[in-house]
Design a protein. Structure first.
Length: 223
């Protein structure tokens, strides 16, 4: 499960984002000040930060620079009410990956979050759930001490499920993410590949990780 740090001094915004991100299957830490944000980042390294530029005390740009110093690969999405080009440029030059201007669409913000996390996954991240590990750079999958051989498509399917661990994905969402927008075949292909992936993940008698949610889709989770 990806862990996201949300930094904003507006409780209405942090409550909205916390609910939306939890619904998407992310764990969330919330800070109202820059100092609190840096403390939370030390306690648990985030996979992505959503950061307001206008913060009381330590300003957003300073927080950004310190987060970047601690983790050069950390994706940072700026959340700001200041839409002046100069402010956006300063944030991007300080190391931010993307920005959303208030007021914002939650759907758009979530799409930006998903895109940033996918970008990280394609640049050498290791994804974990229970005893399952997927290394995107080495194209390697293990379950405990056992190495699992997957086809390229099976690997992409598992990576998609791991990226959205604990989130139920419909067949249509899986088709879009794994096969692409132009796929014209039957969605039964998802069932076939899910079945194949389950067999490989459970070949040594390991507990099930991929579950079917009837009439909805599939979810990767523990127990």
């Amino acid at each position: 499960m990806h862990h996201i740090l949300v930094v904003d001094d507006d409780p209405a915004i942090t409550t909205l984002l916390q609910r939306a991100l939890h619904y998407e299957g992310y764990s969330v830490a919330v800070a109202a000040t820059g100092e609190a944000a840096l403390g939370l980042a030390l306690e648990r390294t985030p996979d992505l930060a959503i950061l307001d530029l206008m913060l009381p005390g330590l300003d957003g740009l300073t927080v950004l620079q310190r987060l970047r110093a601690a983790d050069e690969q950390l994706p940072v999405l700026l959340l700001t009410g200041r839409d002046a080009a100069a402010d956006v440029i300063r944030g991007l030059e300080a190391g931010a990956d993307d920005y959303v201007v208030k007021p914002f669409s939650v759907a758009v913000l979530l799409a930006r979050v998903h895109a940033l996390l996918r970008r990280v996954a394609h640049h050498g991240a290791q994804l974990h759930l229970a005893d399952l590990m997927l290394d995107t750079m080495a194209h390697r999958v293990t379950r405990g001490p056992r190495e699992i051989t997957l086809t390229s498509l099976e690997f992409t399917l598992l990576q998609t499920l791991l990226t959205h661990a604990h989130q139920v994905l419909s067949k249509e969402q899986i088709l879009e993410r794994v096969w692409g927008y132009q796929f014209a075949g039957s969605d039964n292909v998802v069932e076939v590949y899910i079945s194949q992936l389950r067999q490989k993940l459970e070949a040594a008698g390991e507990p099930r990780l991929i579950y079917t949610v009837r009439s909805v889709g599939y979810v990767l989770r523990e127990g």
